[in-house]
Design a binder for this molecule. Structure first.
Ligand SMILES: [Zn+2]
Ligand SMILES: [Zn+2]
Length: 96
C-alpha cells in the first residue's frame, strides 16, 4: 500500500525539521508565549506561535541558530508572508 499521500515530506525535509526542532524550541522558550513582533500572547493551543525565518524570502531555509528565527503570532506571521507574497494568496487556511 502506498503511503505517499499521507506523508508528503521528503526525507531531506524531515531531516531539516529534525535539526531545526531544538532551535525552534529555544526560540519559543525565548518568546515566553508572546509574539516577538507585537507582543501578543499566543492562545495555545488554538493559535500557537510560529517560528519564522527572519531573512526575507528565506522561509524555506534552515533555521540554524536562535538568531535566524523569530516567534510570531498568527497575525504577524500572516503579515510577514503577505508583505512578501503580495499577489498570491495569504497564508490563512493552512498550508500552501
Ligand atoms: Zn504578533
Ligand atoms: Zn514564515
Amino acid at each position: 500500500m502506498k503511503r505517499s499521500y499521507i506523508n508528503k515530506k521528503s526525507d531531506k525535509q524531515k531531516a531539516k525539521d529534525l535539526r531545526e526542532l531544538p532551535v525552534k524550541l529555544e526560540i519559543l522558550r525565548r518568546a515566553k508565549g508572546h509574539c516577538e513582533r507585537c507582543g501578543a500572547e499566543s492562545k495555545l493551543p488554538l493559535y500557537p506561535l510560529a517560528v519564522h525565518h527572519k531573512k526575507i524570502g528565506a522561509d524555506r531555509e534552515e533555521i540554524k541558530s536562535v538568531e535566524d528565527g523569530e516567534a510570531l503570532c498568527i497575525i504577524c506571521h500572516g503579515k510577514r508572508h503577505n508583505l512578501r507574497l503580495k499577489f498570491s494568496k495569504p497564508m490563512w487556511g493552512g498550508k500552501k
